[in-house]
Design a protein around this ligand. Structure first.
Ligand SMILES: Nc1nc2c(ncn2[C@@H]2O[C@H](COP(=O)(O)OP(=O)(O)OP(=O)(O)O)[C@@H](O)[C@H]2O)c(=O)[nH]1
Ligand SMILES: [Mg+2]
Length: 455
Protein backbone atom coordinates (compact mmCIF):
# COMPACT_ATOMS: atom_id res chain seq x y z
CA UNK A 1 0.00 0.00 0.00
CA UNK A 2 1.53 3.34 -0.90
CA UNK A 3 0.68 6.99 -1.11
CA UNK A 4 2.10 9.48 -3.55
CA UNK A 5 0.94 12.72 -5.13
CA UNK A 6 -0.76 11.51 -8.31
CA UNK A 7 0.55 14.36 -10.30
CA UNK A 8 3.50 15.94 -8.66
CA UNK A 9 2.21 19.33 -9.81
CA UNK A 10 -1.44 19.25 -8.94
CA UNK A 11 -0.72 17.15 -5.86
CA UNK A 12 -3.81 15.00 -5.94
CA UNK A 13 -3.22 12.15 -3.61
CA UNK A 14 -3.15 8.68 -4.94
CA UNK A 15 -3.27 5.57 -2.85
CA UNK A 16 -2.85 2.27 -4.52
CA UNK A 17 -2.01 -1.30 -3.93
CA UNK A 18 0.60 -2.88 -6.07
CA UNK A 19 -0.93 -4.61 -9.06
CA UNK A 20 -1.11 -8.35 -8.99
CA UNK A 21 -0.62 -8.35 -5.24
CA UNK A 22 -2.69 -11.46 -4.68
CA UNK A 23 -0.95 -13.44 -7.38
CA UNK A 24 2.43 -12.21 -6.35
CA UNK A 25 2.19 -13.64 -2.88
CA UNK A 26 1.22 -16.99 -4.24
CA UNK A 27 4.12 -17.65 -6.53
CA UNK A 28 6.98 -16.27 -4.57
CA UNK A 29 9.49 -18.56 -6.06
CA UNK A 30 11.06 -15.22 -6.83
CA UNK A 31 13.49 -14.84 -4.01
CA UNK A 32 15.40 -11.79 -5.16
CA UNK A 33 17.77 -10.94 -2.37
CA UNK A 34 21.24 -11.96 -1.27
CA UNK A 35 22.86 -10.63 1.90
CA UNK A 36 26.45 -10.52 3.06
CA UNK A 37 27.76 -9.61 6.51
CA UNK A 38 31.47 -8.71 6.68
CA UNK A 39 33.36 -9.07 9.96
CA UNK A 40 31.89 -9.57 13.40
CA UNK A 41 29.84 -6.41 13.41
CA UNK A 42 28.64 -7.00 9.84
CA UNK A 43 27.59 -10.57 10.62
CA UNK A 44 25.69 -9.45 13.70
CA UNK A 45 23.91 -6.67 11.84
CA UNK A 46 22.98 -9.07 9.08
CA UNK A 47 21.59 -11.51 11.61
CA UNK A 48 19.43 -8.71 12.97
CA UNK A 49 18.14 -8.08 9.46
CA UNK A 50 17.39 -11.80 8.97
CA UNK A 51 15.46 -11.78 12.23
CA UNK A 52 13.39 -8.82 11.07
CA UNK A 53 12.67 -10.54 7.77
CA UNK A 54 11.61 -13.68 9.62
CA UNK A 55 9.31 -11.61 11.83
CA UNK A 56 7.69 -10.40 8.63
CA UNK A 57 7.47 -14.02 7.44
CA UNK A 58 9.51 -12.93 4.45
CA UNK A 59 12.75 -14.83 4.92
CA UNK A 60 11.79 -16.63 1.73
CA UNK A 61 12.82 -13.54 -0.22
CA UNK A 62 16.44 -14.25 0.58
CA UNK A 63 18.42 -16.64 -1.58
CA UNK A 64 21.74 -16.67 0.22
CA UNK A 65 23.12 -15.18 3.41
CA UNK A 66 26.89 -15.07 3.84
CA UNK A 67 28.36 -14.61 7.30
CA UNK A 68 31.84 -13.64 6.22
CA UNK A 69 33.78 -13.38 9.45
CA UNK A 70 37.05 -15.33 9.59
CA UNK A 71 36.55 -15.87 13.29
CA UNK A 72 35.65 -19.24 14.76
CA UNK A 73 33.65 -17.72 17.62
CA UNK A 74 31.35 -15.87 15.25
CA UNK A 75 30.92 -18.90 12.99
CA UNK A 76 30.04 -21.14 15.96
CA UNK A 77 27.69 -18.57 17.41
CA UNK A 78 25.81 -18.02 14.15
CA UNK A 79 25.54 -21.77 13.49
CA UNK A 80 24.11 -22.31 16.93
CA UNK A 81 21.73 -19.42 16.69
CA UNK A 82 20.37 -20.38 13.28
CA UNK A 83 19.86 -23.98 14.37
CA UNK A 84 17.51 -22.75 17.05
CA UNK A 85 15.65 -20.20 14.92
CA UNK A 86 12.07 -21.37 14.39
CA UNK A 87 9.81 -20.81 11.40
CA UNK A 88 12.43 -19.98 8.84
CA UNK A 89 10.41 -19.46 5.73
CA UNK A 90 6.85 -19.68 4.55
CA UNK A 91 7.80 -20.00 0.92
CA UNK A 92 10.76 -20.01 -1.40
CA UNK A 93 13.59 -22.44 -1.81
CA UNK A 94 15.00 -21.88 1.66
CA UNK A 95 17.84 -19.60 2.60
CA UNK A 96 21.32 -20.84 1.84
CA UNK A 97 23.58 -19.92 4.76
CA UNK A 98 27.29 -19.65 3.99
CA UNK A 99 30.39 -19.25 6.15
CA UNK A 100 34.07 -18.90 5.28
CA UNK A 101 35.75 -22.27 5.04
CA UNK A 102 39.23 -20.93 5.38
CA UNK A 103 39.91 -19.22 8.69
CA UNK A 104 43.61 -18.37 8.97
CA UNK A 105 43.36 -16.85 12.45
CA UNK A 106 40.71 -18.18 14.82
CA UNK A 107 40.19 -14.80 16.50
CA UNK A 108 39.92 -12.73 13.37
CA UNK A 109 42.30 -9.99 12.30
CA UNK A 110 42.44 -7.92 15.48
CA UNK A 111 41.11 -4.81 13.77
CA UNK A 112 44.14 -4.63 11.50
CA UNK A 113 42.91 -4.30 7.89
CA UNK A 114 46.31 -5.33 6.50
CA UNK A 115 46.71 -8.52 8.50
CA UNK A 116 44.81 -10.63 5.97
CA UNK A 117 47.33 -9.85 3.23
CA UNK A 118 49.63 -12.69 4.22
CA UNK A 119 46.84 -15.16 3.53
CA UNK A 120 45.33 -13.43 0.57
CA UNK A 121 45.73 -16.31 -1.89
CA UNK A 122 43.65 -18.91 -0.04
CA UNK A 123 41.27 -16.22 1.19
CA UNK A 124 40.56 -15.17 -2.39
CA UNK A 125 39.99 -18.75 -3.43
CA UNK A 126 37.61 -19.26 -0.52
CA UNK A 127 35.69 -16.13 -1.50
CA UNK A 128 35.46 -17.41 -5.08
CA UNK A 129 33.95 -20.63 -3.76
CA UNK A 130 31.37 -18.65 -1.80
CA UNK A 131 30.48 -16.58 -4.86
CA UNK A 132 30.01 -19.72 -6.92
CA UNK A 133 27.76 -21.16 -4.21
CA UNK A 134 25.66 -17.98 -4.40
CA UNK A 135 25.45 -18.44 -8.17
CA UNK A 136 24.36 -22.08 -7.83
CA UNK A 137 21.68 -21.11 -5.33
CA UNK A 138 20.45 -18.34 -7.61
CA UNK A 139 20.05 -20.91 -10.38
CA UNK A 140 18.10 -23.09 -8.00
CA UNK A 141 15.85 -20.10 -7.25
CA UNK A 142 15.38 -19.48 -10.94
CA UNK A 143 16.79 -15.97 -11.06
CA UNK A 144 19.88 -14.06 -10.16
CA UNK A 145 19.62 -11.80 -7.12
CA UNK A 146 18.16 -8.40 -7.86
CA UNK A 147 19.54 -6.78 -4.73
CA UNK A 148 22.66 -7.70 -2.77
CA UNK A 149 22.88 -6.05 0.62
CA UNK A 150 26.36 -5.91 2.13
CA UNK A 151 26.95 -5.03 5.76
CA UNK A 152 30.49 -3.65 5.70
CA UNK A 153 32.86 -2.60 8.47
CA UNK A 154 35.87 -0.49 9.31
CA UNK A 155 38.04 -3.02 11.09
CA UNK A 156 40.02 -6.18 10.34
CA UNK A 157 37.75 -7.45 7.57
CA UNK A 158 37.08 -4.13 5.89
CA UNK A 159 39.42 -4.40 2.90
CA UNK A 160 38.75 -8.09 2.51
CA UNK A 161 35.03 -7.24 2.42
CA UNK A 162 35.63 -4.68 -0.30
CA UNK A 163 37.43 -7.35 -2.34
CA UNK A 164 34.42 -9.57 -1.84
CA UNK A 165 32.26 -6.73 -3.09
CA UNK A 166 34.28 -6.62 -6.30
CA UNK A 167 33.79 -10.33 -6.81
CA UNK A 168 30.03 -10.01 -6.36
CA UNK A 169 29.95 -7.03 -8.71
CA UNK A 170 31.69 -9.11 -11.36
CA UNK A 171 29.46 -12.15 -10.79
CA UNK A 172 26.18 -10.19 -10.79
CA UNK A 173 26.70 -7.19 -13.05
CA UNK A 174 23.03 -6.24 -13.23
CA UNK A 175 22.23 -6.56 -9.52
CA UNK A 176 21.77 -3.53 -7.32
CA UNK A 177 24.50 -3.85 -4.71
CA UNK A 178 23.93 -1.83 -1.60
CA UNK A 179 26.92 -1.66 0.75
CA UNK A 180 25.89 -0.45 4.19
CA UNK A 181 28.56 1.15 6.29
CA UNK A 182 28.44 2.28 9.85
CA UNK A 183 31.15 4.83 10.50
CA UNK A 184 33.39 3.76 13.39
CA UNK A 185 33.47 5.48 16.75
CA UNK A 186 36.43 3.79 18.42
CA UNK A 187 39.94 5.14 18.28
CA UNK A 188 41.64 2.17 16.60
CA UNK A 189 39.16 1.87 13.76
CA UNK A 190 39.10 5.64 13.21
CA UNK A 191 42.86 5.72 12.93
CA UNK A 192 42.91 2.83 10.44
CA UNK A 193 40.12 4.46 8.47
CA UNK A 194 42.02 7.72 8.23
CA UNK A 195 45.31 6.12 7.26
CA UNK A 196 44.33 3.25 5.08
CA UNK A 197 40.79 1.92 4.84
CA UNK A 198 39.19 5.00 3.30
CA UNK A 199 41.67 5.10 0.47
CA UNK A 200 41.04 1.43 -0.25
CA UNK A 201 37.29 2.01 -0.25
CA UNK A 202 37.66 4.93 -2.64
CA UNK A 203 39.22 2.46 -5.02
CA UNK A 204 37.41 -0.83 -4.38
CA UNK A 205 33.90 0.57 -3.86
CA UNK A 206 34.19 3.16 -6.62
CA UNK A 207 30.90 3.96 -8.26
CA UNK A 208 28.56 2.09 -5.94
CA UNK A 209 25.86 3.82 -3.96
CA UNK A 210 26.34 3.10 -0.26
CA UNK A 211 24.05 3.64 2.67
CA UNK A 212 26.09 5.45 5.30
CA UNK A 213 25.15 5.68 8.93
CA UNK A 214 26.96 7.06 11.93
CA UNK A 215 26.84 5.59 15.40
CA UNK A 216 24.53 7.44 17.71
CA UNK A 217 25.30 8.13 21.33
CA UNK A 218 23.26 5.11 22.36
CA UNK A 219 24.50 1.54 22.28
CA UNK A 220 25.23 0.30 18.76
CA UNK A 221 22.77 -2.57 19.19
CA UNK A 222 20.03 0.00 19.00
CA UNK A 223 21.42 1.45 15.77
CA UNK A 224 21.61 -2.05 14.33
CA UNK A 225 17.95 -2.61 15.21
CA UNK A 226 16.91 0.68 13.60
CA UNK A 227 18.79 -0.17 10.44
CA UNK A 228 17.47 -3.73 10.23
CA UNK A 229 13.89 -2.63 10.85
CA UNK A 230 14.14 0.07 8.22
CA UNK A 231 15.66 -2.18 5.58
CA UNK A 232 13.17 -4.96 6.19
CA UNK A 233 10.33 -2.43 6.01
CA UNK A 234 11.54 -1.15 2.64
CA UNK A 235 12.03 -4.65 1.28
CA UNK A 236 8.35 -5.50 1.84
CA UNK A 237 7.03 -2.12 0.68
CA UNK A 238 5.06 -1.61 -2.50
CA UNK A 239 6.53 1.45 -4.11
CA UNK A 240 6.52 0.37 -7.59
CA UNK A 241 3.02 0.11 -8.88
CA UNK A 242 3.82 -1.82 -12.02
CA UNK A 243 5.57 -4.55 -10.07
CA UNK A 244 8.52 -4.26 -12.43
CA UNK A 245 10.94 -5.40 -9.75
CA UNK A 246 10.74 -8.21 -7.25
CA UNK A 247 12.85 -6.34 -4.75
CA UNK A 248 11.44 -3.01 -3.56
CA UNK A 249 14.86 -2.25 -2.14
CA UNK A 250 16.24 -2.32 -5.68
CA UNK A 251 13.41 -0.09 -6.87
CA UNK A 252 14.20 2.37 -4.07
CA UNK A 253 17.89 2.42 -4.96
CA UNK A 254 17.08 3.02 -8.62
CA UNK A 255 14.84 5.90 -7.69
CA UNK A 256 17.31 7.65 -5.39
CA UNK A 257 20.44 6.89 -7.37
CA UNK A 258 20.28 9.85 -9.73
CA UNK A 259 19.94 12.41 -6.96
CA UNK A 260 22.80 11.35 -4.74
CA UNK A 261 26.51 11.92 -4.92
CA UNK A 262 27.22 8.29 -4.10
CA UNK A 263 25.67 7.94 -0.68
CA UNK A 264 22.25 7.35 0.78
CA UNK A 265 21.10 8.24 4.27
CA UNK A 266 18.45 6.87 6.56
CA UNK A 267 16.27 8.42 9.24
CA UNK A 268 14.12 6.33 11.54
CA UNK A 269 11.38 7.03 14.04
CA UNK A 270 9.84 4.57 16.46
CA UNK A 271 6.61 5.51 18.23
CA UNK A 272 4.20 3.83 20.60
CA UNK A 273 0.96 2.89 18.92
CA UNK A 274 -2.07 4.62 20.40
CA UNK A 275 -3.76 1.36 21.34
CA UNK A 276 -7.21 1.45 22.81
CA UNK A 277 -7.88 -2.26 23.09
CA UNK A 278 -5.14 -4.40 24.60
CA UNK A 279 -5.08 -8.00 23.57
CA UNK A 280 -2.88 -11.07 23.75
CA UNK A 281 -0.44 -12.16 21.12
CA UNK A 282 -0.22 -15.84 20.39
CA UNK A 283 2.83 -17.27 22.05
CA UNK A 284 3.31 -20.00 19.49
CA UNK A 285 3.95 -19.77 15.79
CA UNK A 286 2.37 -18.40 13.74
CA UNK A 287 2.21 -15.56 16.24
CA UNK A 288 3.49 -13.22 13.58
CA UNK A 289 0.19 -13.57 11.78
CA UNK A 290 -1.60 -11.75 14.60
CA UNK A 291 -2.14 -8.02 14.44
CA UNK A 292 -2.92 -5.33 16.95
CA UNK A 293 -6.43 -3.95 17.23
CA UNK A 294 -6.16 -0.22 17.42
CA UNK A 295 -8.39 2.54 18.63
CA UNK A 296 -10.05 5.43 16.82
CA UNK A 297 -8.81 5.81 13.28
CA UNK A 298 -8.29 9.59 13.43
CA UNK A 299 -5.95 9.37 16.38
CA UNK A 300 -3.78 6.90 14.55
CA UNK A 301 -3.71 8.92 11.32
CA UNK A 302 -2.52 11.97 13.21
CA UNK A 303 0.10 9.93 15.05
CA UNK A 304 1.39 8.50 11.75
CA UNK A 305 1.57 11.96 10.24
CA UNK A 306 3.51 13.29 13.23
CA UNK A 307 5.92 10.39 13.01
CA UNK A 308 6.55 11.05 9.31
CA UNK A 309 7.31 14.69 10.00
CA UNK A 310 9.60 13.62 12.83
CA UNK A 311 11.91 11.85 10.41
CA UNK A 312 13.27 15.31 9.61
CA UNK A 313 14.30 15.97 13.22
CA UNK A 314 18.05 15.70 13.88
CA UNK A 315 17.81 12.80 16.38
CA UNK A 316 16.08 10.68 13.75
CA UNK A 317 18.96 10.91 11.29
CA UNK A 318 21.37 8.00 11.24
CA UNK A 319 23.85 10.31 9.50
CA UNK A 320 23.13 13.92 8.68
CA UNK A 321 23.91 15.35 5.30
CA UNK A 322 21.07 16.53 3.12
CA UNK A 323 21.17 20.10 1.93
CA UNK A 324 18.03 20.39 -0.10
CA UNK A 325 15.47 17.87 1.09
CA UNK A 326 12.62 19.55 -0.75
CA UNK A 327 13.05 18.41 -4.30
CA UNK A 328 15.07 15.25 -4.18
CA UNK A 329 13.25 11.92 -4.33
CA UNK A 330 12.77 10.28 -0.98
CA UNK A 331 11.01 7.19 0.18
CA UNK A 332 9.21 6.69 3.45
CA UNK A 333 8.00 3.37 4.83
CA UNK A 334 5.51 3.15 7.67
CA UNK A 335 5.35 -0.27 9.35
CA UNK A 336 2.42 -0.78 11.68
CA UNK A 337 1.20 -3.77 13.69
CA UNK A 338 -2.32 -3.65 12.27
CA UNK A 339 -4.38 -6.06 10.22
CA UNK A 340 -3.65 -5.71 6.49
CA UNK A 341 -7.29 -4.82 5.86
CA UNK A 342 -6.88 -1.80 8.11
CA UNK A 343 -4.01 -0.46 6.03
CA UNK A 344 -5.92 1.15 3.22
CA UNK A 345 -8.26 3.29 5.37
CA UNK A 346 -5.30 4.15 7.53
CA UNK A 347 -3.15 5.21 4.57
CA UNK A 348 -5.99 7.29 3.20
CA UNK A 349 -6.57 8.93 6.59
CA UNK A 350 -2.90 9.65 7.08
CA UNK A 351 -2.61 11.04 3.55
CA UNK A 352 -5.41 13.50 4.32
CA UNK A 353 -3.70 14.68 7.48
CA UNK A 354 -0.40 14.98 5.61
CA UNK A 355 -2.07 16.99 2.87
CA UNK A 356 -3.48 19.37 5.49
CA UNK A 357 -0.02 19.83 6.96
CA UNK A 358 1.30 20.46 3.43
CA UNK A 359 3.80 17.63 3.43
CA UNK A 360 3.38 16.98 -0.27
CA UNK A 361 3.71 20.70 -0.95
CA UNK A 362 7.06 20.76 0.79
CA UNK A 363 8.27 17.40 -0.47
CA UNK A 364 6.57 16.80 -3.81
CA UNK A 365 8.92 13.99 -4.66
CA UNK A 366 8.24 11.77 -1.67
CA UNK A 367 6.60 8.35 -1.79
CA UNK A 368 5.14 6.81 1.32
CA UNK A 369 4.49 3.10 1.66
CA UNK A 370 2.46 1.46 4.41
CA UNK A 371 2.82 -2.10 5.51
CA UNK A 372 1.60 -4.37 8.25
CA UNK A 373 4.45 -5.56 10.43
CA UNK A 374 4.63 -6.82 13.94
CA UNK A 375 8.24 -6.71 15.04
CA UNK A 376 9.45 -8.28 18.21
CA UNK A 377 10.25 -5.42 20.58
CA UNK A 378 11.49 -7.04 23.73
CA UNK A 379 9.63 -8.24 26.78
CA UNK A 380 6.88 -5.63 27.17
CA UNK A 381 5.06 -6.69 24.01
CA UNK A 382 3.81 -3.15 23.45
CA UNK A 383 3.05 -2.44 19.81
CA UNK A 384 5.14 0.19 18.04
CA UNK A 385 5.02 1.87 14.68
CA UNK A 386 8.24 2.38 12.73
CA UNK A 387 8.80 5.07 10.14
CA UNK A 388 11.89 4.95 7.95
CA UNK A 389 12.95 7.55 5.43
CA UNK A 390 15.72 6.92 2.92
CA UNK A 391 17.14 9.89 1.08
CA UNK A 392 20.03 10.77 -1.19
CA UNK A 393 22.97 12.42 0.52
CA UNK A 394 24.44 15.45 -1.16
CA UNK A 395 27.59 17.15 0.00
CA UNK A 396 29.72 16.28 2.97
CA UNK A 397 28.68 14.19 5.89
CA UNK A 398 29.82 15.70 9.16
CA UNK A 399 30.70 12.32 10.76
CA UNK A 400 32.95 11.45 7.80
CA UNK A 401 34.79 14.75 8.03
CA UNK A 402 35.23 14.29 11.76
CA UNK A 403 36.98 10.99 11.17
CA UNK A 404 39.08 11.94 8.17
CA UNK A 405 39.94 15.52 9.11
CA UNK A 406 39.59 15.70 12.85
CA UNK A 407 41.13 19.16 13.22
CA UNK A 408 39.04 20.81 10.55
CA UNK A 409 37.34 24.06 11.49
CA UNK A 410 33.61 24.62 11.16
CA UNK A 411 34.03 27.43 8.60
CA UNK A 412 35.81 25.06 6.23
CA UNK A 413 33.00 22.59 6.62
CA UNK A 414 30.34 25.18 5.88
CA UNK A 415 31.93 25.95 2.53
CA UNK A 416 31.48 22.53 1.06
CA UNK A 417 27.97 21.99 -0.23
CA UNK A 418 26.72 19.70 -2.95
CA UNK A 419 29.93 17.93 -3.83
CA UNK A 420 30.06 14.47 -5.20
CA UNK A 421 31.33 12.73 -2.13
CA UNK A 422 30.74 9.04 -2.71
CA UNK A 423 33.43 6.40 -3.05
CA UNK A 424 35.37 6.77 -6.25
CA UNK A 425 35.32 10.57 -6.17
CA UNK A 426 38.36 10.84 -3.91
CA UNK A 427 36.76 14.00 -2.60
CA UNK A 428 37.86 13.49 0.99
CA UNK A 429 41.39 12.51 0.12
CA UNK A 430 41.77 15.59 -2.03
CA UNK A 431 40.44 17.65 0.83
CA UNK A 432 43.25 16.10 2.85
CA UNK A 433 45.78 17.33 0.34
CA UNK A 434 44.31 20.83 0.61
CA UNK A 435 45.26 20.80 4.26
CA UNK A 436 48.93 20.39 3.41
CA UNK A 437 50.60 23.81 3.08
CA UNK A 438 51.44 24.45 -0.55
CA UNK A 439 55.12 25.18 -1.23
CA UNK A 440 56.04 28.23 -3.30
CA UNK A 441 56.85 27.83 -7.00
CA UNK A 442 55.11 24.46 -7.35
CA UNK A 443 54.20 25.25 -10.92
CA UNK A 444 56.41 23.01 -13.06
CA UNK A 445 56.51 25.62 -15.82
CA UNK A 446 57.98 28.19 -13.46
CA UNK A 447 60.47 25.74 -12.07
CA UNK A 448 61.68 24.88 -15.53
CA UNK A 449 62.31 28.55 -16.33
CA UNK A 450 64.36 29.02 -13.19
CA UNK A 451 66.88 26.46 -14.28
CA UNK A 452 67.31 27.59 -17.85
CA UNK A 453 69.52 30.43 -18.95
CA UNK A 454 68.94 32.01 -22.31
CA UNK A 455 72.02 32.99 -24.24
N1 LIG B 1 27.19 -1.82 14.88
C1 LIG B 1 27.86 -2.78 15.51
N2 LIG B 1 29.14 -2.60 15.76
C2 LIG B 1 29.82 -3.57 16.39
C3 LIG B 1 29.21 -4.77 16.76
N3 LIG B 1 30.14 -5.57 17.35
C4 LIG B 1 31.29 -4.86 17.33
N4 LIG B 1 31.10 -3.65 16.75
C5 LIG B 1 32.10 -2.60 16.51
O1 LIG B 1 32.87 -3.00 15.39
C6 LIG B 1 34.24 -2.74 15.60
C7 LIG B 1 35.02 -4.04 15.64
O2 LIG B 1 34.91 -4.59 14.45
P1 LIG B 1 34.66 -6.12 14.18
O3 LIG B 1 33.35 -6.23 13.53
O4 LIG B 1 35.00 -7.01 15.30
O5 LIG B 1 35.80 -6.23 13.11
P2 LIG B 1 36.03 -7.35 12.10
O6 LIG B 1 35.76 -6.82 10.73
O7 LIG B 1 35.36 -8.58 12.56
O8 LIG B 1 37.56 -7.50 12.16
P3 LIG B 1 38.40 -8.28 13.25
O9 LIG B 1 37.56 -8.51 14.43
O10 LIG B 1 39.53 -7.35 13.43
O11 LIG B 1 38.78 -9.53 12.54
C8 LIG B 1 34.33 -2.05 16.92
O12 LIG B 1 34.35 -0.67 16.65
C9 LIG B 1 33.07 -2.43 17.64
O13 LIG B 1 32.69 -1.39 18.49
C10 LIG B 1 27.81 -4.94 16.48
O14 LIG B 1 27.18 -5.95 16.79
N5 LIG B 1 27.20 -3.91 15.85
MG1 LIG C 1 35.80 -9.33 14.64
Amino acid sequence: MFVRPRSRNSRLLHTARRKGEAGRRGDRSQAALAVVGIGTAGARRMLMFLQRMSELSELGRIQSAVFYDCNQTTVDYMRNFLDRLPGRSKNGAGVQILFPNYIPMTDGFMRDPKLHEEYVGPLERDMDTIVSQIIVQSERCGRSPETIVEFMGFAGHSVLGARFHRKLRAAFPSAVILPIMMLPKDHVSEEWTRRYIWERYEDLLAGSECLLTAQSASHFGEDDARLATGLAGVEVADFDEEGATDSPLAAACHRLRGACGGWLGMATVKRNMPVMKKFEWLRLPPWWRQYAAVGPQEGLSVAVSHAIWSTFDPPSQMAEGLNDPHHVPQIVVVSLPVHPDALEPLATGAAEVLEQTNLFGEFPNMDIAFNAARFHEGASGDPFMHVTRIYPVQGELAPVMEILHPGRSLEDQAASFAHETGFGTYYHLEAALDDVPVLASQDPDEEWKQHVRYI
